[in-house]
Write a protein that binds this ligand. Structure first.
Ligand code: IPM
Ligand code: MN
Length: 358
Protein backbone atom coordinates (compact mmCIF):
# COMPACT_ATOMS: atom_id res chain seq x y z
CA UNK A 1 0.00 0.00 0.00
CA UNK A 2 1.47 3.32 -1.07
CA UNK A 3 0.27 6.65 0.21
CA UNK A 4 0.63 9.26 -2.52
CA UNK A 5 0.22 13.00 -2.06
CA UNK A 6 -1.21 14.50 -5.24
CA UNK A 7 -0.79 18.18 -6.08
CA UNK A 8 -2.66 18.62 -9.37
CA UNK A 9 -1.85 22.36 -9.48
CA UNK A 10 -2.92 24.80 -12.16
CA UNK A 11 -3.94 24.95 -15.80
CA UNK A 12 -3.67 21.55 -17.43
CA UNK A 13 -2.00 20.05 -14.33
CA UNK A 14 -5.19 18.40 -13.02
CA UNK A 15 -6.01 16.83 -16.40
CA UNK A 16 -2.49 15.44 -16.72
CA UNK A 17 -2.42 14.08 -13.18
CA UNK A 18 -5.86 12.53 -13.61
CA UNK A 19 -4.63 10.44 -16.53
CA UNK A 20 -1.42 9.55 -14.71
CA UNK A 21 -3.43 8.22 -11.75
CA UNK A 22 -5.69 6.29 -14.12
CA UNK A 23 -2.61 4.51 -15.46
CA UNK A 24 -1.13 3.94 -11.99
CA UNK A 25 -4.42 2.35 -10.87
CA UNK A 26 -4.36 0.07 -13.89
CA UNK A 27 -0.79 -0.91 -12.98
CA UNK A 28 -1.81 -1.52 -9.37
CA UNK A 29 -4.34 -4.09 -10.57
CA UNK A 30 -1.84 -5.89 -12.75
CA UNK A 31 1.24 -5.76 -10.54
CA UNK A 32 -0.48 -6.23 -7.21
CA UNK A 33 -0.07 -3.15 -5.09
CA UNK A 34 -2.50 -0.72 -3.51
CA UNK A 35 -2.68 3.01 -3.63
CA UNK A 36 -4.14 5.66 -1.40
CA UNK A 37 -4.11 9.24 -2.65
CA UNK A 38 -4.63 12.50 -0.81
CA UNK A 39 -5.09 15.60 -2.95
CA UNK A 40 -3.65 18.99 -1.98
CA UNK A 41 -5.00 22.15 -3.61
CA UNK A 42 -1.75 24.15 -3.75
CA UNK A 43 -1.16 26.32 -6.80
CA UNK A 44 -1.98 29.65 -8.35
CA UNK A 45 -5.75 29.39 -8.07
CA UNK A 46 -5.52 28.42 -4.41
CA UNK A 47 -3.21 31.38 -3.82
CA UNK A 48 -5.61 33.79 -5.55
CA UNK A 49 -8.55 32.40 -3.55
CA UNK A 50 -6.90 32.26 -0.14
CA UNK A 51 -3.68 34.30 -0.22
CA UNK A 52 -1.90 31.16 0.89
CA UNK A 53 1.00 29.67 -1.08
CA UNK A 54 2.07 26.70 1.06
CA UNK A 55 0.42 26.80 4.48
CA UNK A 56 2.42 26.19 7.63
CA UNK A 57 2.54 22.49 8.31
CA UNK A 58 2.04 21.49 4.69
CA UNK A 59 5.66 20.48 4.23
CA UNK A 60 5.60 18.31 7.34
CA UNK A 61 2.34 16.77 6.21
CA UNK A 62 3.81 15.97 2.78
CA UNK A 63 6.84 14.41 4.44
CA UNK A 64 4.58 11.64 5.78
CA UNK A 65 3.73 10.28 2.32
CA UNK A 66 5.55 7.63 0.29
CA UNK A 67 5.76 9.97 -2.71
CA UNK A 68 4.34 13.16 -4.19
CA UNK A 69 2.89 13.48 -7.67
CA UNK A 70 2.80 17.06 -8.95
CA UNK A 71 0.91 18.30 -12.01
CA UNK A 72 2.03 21.81 -12.83
CA UNK A 73 2.17 25.08 -10.95
CA UNK A 74 1.73 28.43 -12.69
CA UNK A 75 -1.09 30.91 -13.14
CA UNK A 76 -1.23 33.83 -15.60
CA UNK A 77 -2.63 36.16 -12.93
CA UNK A 78 0.08 35.47 -10.37
CA UNK A 79 3.31 37.45 -10.59
CA UNK A 80 6.20 35.27 -11.79
CA UNK A 81 8.33 33.98 -8.93
CA UNK A 82 5.72 33.72 -6.19
CA UNK A 83 4.54 30.20 -6.94
CA UNK A 84 7.88 28.97 -8.25
CA UNK A 85 9.66 30.02 -5.07
CA UNK A 86 6.75 29.50 -2.70
CA UNK A 87 5.82 26.01 -3.80
CA UNK A 88 8.20 24.24 -6.16
CA UNK A 89 11.54 25.52 -4.90
CA UNK A 90 10.38 25.47 -1.29
CA UNK A 91 9.42 21.82 -1.56
CA UNK A 92 12.74 21.02 -3.24
CA UNK A 93 14.66 22.76 -0.46
CA UNK A 94 12.63 21.80 2.59
CA UNK A 95 12.16 18.17 1.60
CA UNK A 96 15.85 18.14 0.58
CA UNK A 97 15.03 16.78 -2.88
CA UNK A 98 18.67 17.08 -3.84
CA UNK A 99 18.60 15.29 -7.17
CA UNK A 100 16.52 16.28 -10.14
CA UNK A 101 16.52 13.22 -12.36
CA UNK A 102 15.55 13.87 -15.96
CA UNK A 103 15.66 11.07 -18.53
CA UNK A 104 15.98 12.20 -22.14
CA UNK A 105 14.83 9.25 -24.21
CA UNK A 106 13.40 9.32 -27.72
CA UNK A 107 10.78 6.61 -28.15
CA UNK A 108 10.16 4.98 -31.54
CA UNK A 109 7.41 6.81 -33.37
CA UNK A 110 8.13 10.14 -31.67
CA UNK A 111 9.44 12.91 -33.85
CA UNK A 112 12.69 14.67 -32.92
CA UNK A 113 13.83 17.93 -34.49
CA UNK A 114 17.32 16.43 -34.87
CA UNK A 115 17.91 15.40 -38.44
CA UNK A 116 19.20 11.85 -38.90
CA UNK A 117 18.92 10.99 -35.19
CA UNK A 118 16.73 8.20 -33.85
CA UNK A 119 15.89 6.35 -30.63
CA UNK A 120 19.28 4.59 -30.70
CA UNK A 121 21.00 8.00 -30.53
CA UNK A 122 18.87 9.81 -27.95
CA UNK A 123 18.92 7.99 -24.63
CA UNK A 124 20.60 9.87 -21.82
CA UNK A 125 19.81 10.91 -18.27
CA UNK A 126 20.58 14.22 -16.60
CA UNK A 127 21.28 14.24 -12.86
CA UNK A 128 20.73 17.85 -11.88
CA UNK A 129 21.72 19.14 -8.44
CA UNK A 130 18.43 20.47 -7.06
CA UNK A 131 19.03 22.41 -3.82
CA UNK A 132 22.04 24.70 -4.31
CA UNK A 133 23.89 26.74 -6.93
CA UNK A 134 22.26 29.91 -8.21
CA UNK A 135 18.92 28.63 -6.92
CA UNK A 136 20.00 28.98 -3.29
CA UNK A 137 18.69 32.54 -3.37
CA UNK A 138 21.65 34.27 -1.74
CA UNK A 139 22.70 37.73 -2.81
CA UNK A 140 20.93 41.02 -2.77
CA UNK A 141 20.67 44.56 -3.95
CA UNK A 142 22.76 47.58 -3.08
CA UNK A 143 21.33 51.04 -3.74
CA UNK A 144 18.31 49.46 -5.44
CA UNK A 145 16.44 51.67 -7.84
CA UNK A 146 19.24 54.23 -8.16
CA UNK A 147 21.59 54.66 -11.11
CA UNK A 148 24.31 53.13 -8.92
CA UNK A 149 22.44 49.99 -8.07
CA UNK A 150 24.15 46.65 -7.74
CA UNK A 151 22.53 43.22 -7.94
CA UNK A 152 24.46 40.21 -6.70
CA UNK A 153 23.28 36.61 -7.03
CA UNK A 154 25.66 33.97 -5.82
CA UNK A 155 26.12 30.33 -6.71
CA UNK A 156 26.37 28.27 -3.54
CA UNK A 157 28.21 24.97 -3.86
CA UNK A 158 28.86 22.99 -0.70
CA UNK A 159 31.22 20.03 -0.57
CA UNK A 160 28.44 17.90 0.91
CA UNK A 161 25.83 19.05 -1.58
CA UNK A 162 28.11 18.50 -4.56
CA UNK A 163 29.36 15.17 -3.28
CA UNK A 164 25.97 13.60 -2.60
CA UNK A 165 24.73 14.61 -6.06
CA UNK A 166 27.82 13.27 -7.79
CA UNK A 167 27.69 10.05 -5.79
CA UNK A 168 24.04 9.60 -6.76
CA UNK A 169 25.04 10.06 -10.41
CA UNK A 170 27.77 7.42 -10.25
CA UNK A 171 25.43 4.98 -8.51
CA UNK A 172 22.68 5.71 -11.04
CA UNK A 173 25.07 5.26 -13.97
CA UNK A 174 26.19 1.90 -12.57
CA UNK A 175 22.62 0.72 -11.98
CA UNK A 176 21.52 1.88 -15.42
CA UNK A 177 24.30 -0.28 -16.82
CA UNK A 178 24.21 1.11 -20.33
CA UNK A 179 27.36 2.86 -21.61
CA UNK A 180 28.67 3.33 -18.06
CA UNK A 181 29.88 6.81 -18.85
CA UNK A 182 29.30 9.80 -16.58
CA UNK A 183 29.86 13.27 -18.00
CA UNK A 184 30.39 16.20 -15.66
CA UNK A 185 28.85 19.25 -17.32
CA UNK A 186 30.41 22.45 -15.98
CA UNK A 187 32.34 25.56 -16.87
CA UNK A 188 35.77 25.01 -15.35
CA UNK A 189 37.37 27.59 -17.64
CA UNK A 190 35.35 30.50 -16.20
CA UNK A 191 33.64 29.41 -12.96
CA UNK A 192 36.99 28.57 -11.45
CA UNK A 193 35.77 28.20 -7.87
CA UNK A 194 32.45 26.43 -8.17
CA UNK A 195 33.50 23.96 -10.83
CA UNK A 196 36.94 23.49 -9.36
CA UNK A 197 35.09 21.98 -6.40
CA UNK A 198 32.79 19.97 -8.68
CA UNK A 199 35.72 18.66 -10.71
CA UNK A 200 37.79 17.64 -7.70
CA UNK A 201 34.85 15.87 -6.06
CA UNK A 202 33.91 14.24 -9.39
CA UNK A 203 37.32 12.59 -9.73
CA UNK A 204 37.65 11.82 -6.04
CA UNK A 205 34.29 10.02 -5.90
CA UNK A 206 34.86 8.59 -9.39
CA UNK A 207 37.90 6.65 -8.19
CA UNK A 208 35.46 4.52 -6.17
CA UNK A 209 33.70 3.63 -9.44
CA UNK A 210 36.43 2.20 -11.70
CA UNK A 211 33.73 0.62 -13.90
CA UNK A 212 32.39 4.07 -14.86
CA UNK A 213 34.20 6.14 -17.50
CA UNK A 214 34.62 9.76 -16.41
CA UNK A 215 34.06 12.45 -19.01
CA UNK A 216 33.89 16.24 -18.87
CA UNK A 217 32.19 18.84 -21.08
CA UNK A 218 31.69 22.57 -20.63
CA UNK A 219 28.00 23.50 -20.54
CA UNK A 220 28.12 25.35 -23.86
CA UNK A 221 29.79 22.39 -25.52
CA UNK A 222 27.23 20.08 -23.87
CA UNK A 223 24.47 22.03 -25.64
CA UNK A 224 26.33 21.67 -28.90
CA UNK A 225 26.90 17.92 -28.52
CA UNK A 226 23.34 17.25 -27.34
CA UNK A 227 22.23 18.54 -30.72
CA UNK A 228 25.07 17.27 -32.88
CA UNK A 229 25.96 13.94 -31.24
CA UNK A 230 23.51 13.10 -28.45
CA UNK A 231 24.64 9.45 -28.68
CA UNK A 232 27.86 10.43 -26.94
CA UNK A 233 26.05 10.87 -23.65
CA UNK A 234 24.96 8.27 -21.13
CA UNK A 235 24.52 10.07 -17.79
CA UNK A 236 25.28 13.76 -17.28
CA UNK A 237 25.74 15.30 -13.83
CA UNK A 238 25.60 19.06 -13.41
CA UNK A 239 24.65 21.95 -11.16
CA UNK A 240 21.18 23.37 -10.68
CA UNK A 241 21.24 26.20 -13.25
CA UNK A 242 23.02 24.31 -16.02
CA UNK A 243 20.77 21.33 -15.35
CA UNK A 244 17.69 23.50 -15.72
CA UNK A 245 18.87 24.76 -19.09
CA UNK A 246 20.17 21.56 -20.65
CA UNK A 247 17.06 19.59 -19.64
CA UNK A 248 14.80 21.92 -21.61
CA UNK A 249 17.09 21.27 -24.56
CA UNK A 250 16.84 17.57 -23.70
CA UNK A 251 13.04 17.71 -23.60
CA UNK A 252 12.99 19.17 -27.11
CA UNK A 253 15.21 16.47 -28.62
CA UNK A 254 13.10 13.71 -27.02
CA UNK A 255 9.91 15.03 -28.61
CA UNK A 256 8.86 18.03 -26.53
CA UNK A 257 7.33 18.95 -23.20
CA UNK A 258 4.44 16.57 -23.86
CA UNK A 259 6.65 13.61 -23.06
CA UNK A 260 9.38 14.93 -20.73
CA UNK A 261 9.18 13.72 -17.12
CA UNK A 262 11.36 14.13 -14.08
CA UNK A 263 11.78 13.25 -10.44
CA UNK A 264 12.85 15.45 -7.53
CA UNK A 265 14.56 12.90 -5.37
CA UNK A 266 15.60 12.57 -1.77
CA UNK A 267 16.93 9.02 -1.57
CA UNK A 268 16.33 8.99 2.20
CA UNK A 269 12.93 10.65 2.28
CA UNK A 270 9.85 11.47 0.28
CA UNK A 271 10.39 12.28 -3.41
CA UNK A 272 8.28 14.28 -5.86
CA UNK A 273 7.60 13.44 -9.50
CA UNK A 274 6.38 15.83 -12.18
CA UNK A 275 6.00 16.43 -15.87
CA UNK A 276 8.73 18.97 -16.75
CA UNK A 277 6.40 21.24 -18.72
CA UNK A 278 4.39 24.09 -17.28
CA UNK A 279 0.69 24.51 -16.60
CA UNK A 280 -0.13 25.50 -20.22
CA UNK A 281 -3.22 27.52 -19.16
CA UNK A 282 -4.32 28.18 -22.72
CA UNK A 283 -5.09 24.48 -23.14
CA UNK A 284 -6.72 24.02 -19.72
CA UNK A 285 -10.08 22.26 -19.58
CA UNK A 286 -10.09 21.33 -23.25
CA UNK A 287 -9.02 17.71 -22.97
CA UNK A 288 -6.19 18.32 -25.47
CA UNK A 289 -3.02 18.34 -23.36
CA UNK A 290 -0.63 15.41 -23.75
CA UNK A 291 -0.67 13.40 -20.50
CA UNK A 292 2.30 11.18 -21.39
CA UNK A 293 4.82 13.28 -19.44
CA UNK A 294 2.71 12.98 -16.29
CA UNK A 295 2.16 9.26 -16.95
CA UNK A 296 5.91 8.72 -17.30
CA UNK A 297 6.51 10.77 -14.14
CA UNK A 298 4.11 8.45 -12.33
CA UNK A 299 6.06 5.51 -13.78
CA UNK A 300 9.28 6.99 -12.38
CA UNK A 301 7.50 7.32 -9.06
CA UNK A 302 6.59 3.62 -9.04
CA UNK A 303 10.15 2.71 -9.97
CA UNK A 304 11.38 4.79 -7.06
CA UNK A 305 8.90 3.05 -4.73
CA UNK A 306 10.38 -0.30 -5.73
CA UNK A 307 7.70 -1.30 -8.26
CA UNK A 308 10.22 -1.77 -11.07
CA UNK A 309 7.98 -4.12 -13.05
CA UNK A 310 5.02 -1.80 -12.91
CA UNK A 311 7.25 1.08 -13.98
CA UNK A 312 8.59 -0.93 -16.89
CA UNK A 313 5.04 -1.93 -17.82
CA UNK A 314 3.99 1.72 -17.92
CA UNK A 315 6.98 2.69 -20.04
CA UNK A 316 6.27 -0.15 -22.46
CA UNK A 317 2.64 0.92 -22.68
CA UNK A 318 3.64 4.53 -23.37
CA UNK A 319 6.06 3.34 -26.03
CA UNK A 320 3.31 1.33 -27.67
CA UNK A 321 0.96 4.34 -27.69
CA UNK A 322 3.75 6.43 -29.23
CA UNK A 323 4.49 3.86 -31.86
CA UNK A 324 0.96 2.81 -32.78
CA UNK A 325 -1.36 5.66 -31.90
CA UNK A 326 -0.27 9.22 -31.23
CA UNK A 327 0.20 11.34 -34.33
CA UNK A 328 2.12 14.04 -32.50
CA UNK A 329 3.25 14.87 -28.97
CA UNK A 330 1.82 18.39 -29.21
CA UNK A 331 -1.34 19.52 -27.40
CA UNK A 332 -4.37 19.24 -29.69
CA UNK A 333 -2.48 17.33 -32.37
CA UNK A 334 -2.22 13.87 -30.85
CA UNK A 335 -5.16 12.49 -32.83
CA UNK A 336 -6.68 11.62 -29.42
CA UNK A 337 -7.97 13.58 -26.49
CA UNK A 338 -6.14 13.72 -23.15
CA UNK A 339 -8.49 11.16 -21.59
CA UNK A 340 -8.33 8.89 -24.64
CA UNK A 341 -4.54 8.79 -24.37
CA UNK A 342 -4.91 7.89 -20.68
CA UNK A 343 -7.41 5.15 -21.60
CA UNK A 344 -5.10 3.77 -24.28
CA UNK A 345 -2.07 3.61 -22.00
CA UNK A 346 -4.09 2.23 -19.08
CA UNK A 347 -5.50 -0.41 -21.44
CA UNK A 348 -2.03 -1.42 -22.63
CA UNK A 349 -0.85 -1.63 -19.01
CA UNK A 350 -3.87 -3.70 -18.00
CA UNK A 351 -3.37 -6.17 -20.83
CA UNK A 352 0.28 -6.41 -19.83
CA UNK A 353 1.03 -5.82 -23.48
CA UNK A 354 4.47 -4.45 -24.18
CA UNK A 355 5.69 -3.31 -27.60
CA UNK A 356 6.19 -6.88 -28.80
CA UNK A 357 2.93 -8.27 -27.54
CA UNK A 358 0.52 -6.58 -29.88
C1 IPM B 1 12.07 23.33 -13.79
C2 IPM B 1 11.46 24.70 -13.82
C3 IPM B 1 11.73 25.39 -12.50
C4 IPM B 1 13.24 25.49 -12.35
C5 IPM B 1 11.07 26.76 -12.33
C6 IPM B 1 9.58 26.69 -12.55
C7 IPM B 1 11.39 27.37 -10.98
O1 IPM B 1 11.93 25.42 -14.90
O2 IPM B 1 11.60 22.48 -13.00
O3 IPM B 1 13.00 23.07 -14.55
O4 IPM B 1 13.85 26.46 -12.82
O5 IPM B 1 13.82 24.59 -11.76
MN1 MN C 1 13.31 24.37 -16.12
Amino acid sequence: MYRIAVIPGDGTGPEQVGEALKVVRAAAGVYGFKLETVTFPFGGQHYLNTGEVLPAGAVDELRQFDAILLGAIGHPEVKPGILEQGILLRLRFELDLYVNLRPVKLYPGVETPLKDKGPEDIDLVVVRENTEGLYAGTGGFLRKGTPDEVAVQESINTRQGVERCIRYAFEYCRRRDRRKKLTLCGKTNVLTYAFDLWERVFHEVGREYPDITRDYAHVDATCMWMVKNPEWFDVIVTDNMFGDIITDLGAMIQGGMGIAAGGNINPAGVSMFEPIGGSAPKYAGQNVINPLAAILAAGMMLDHLGEAQAAAGIEQAVMRACRENLKSMAAGRMGYSTSQVGDLVAGYVASGAGPDAG
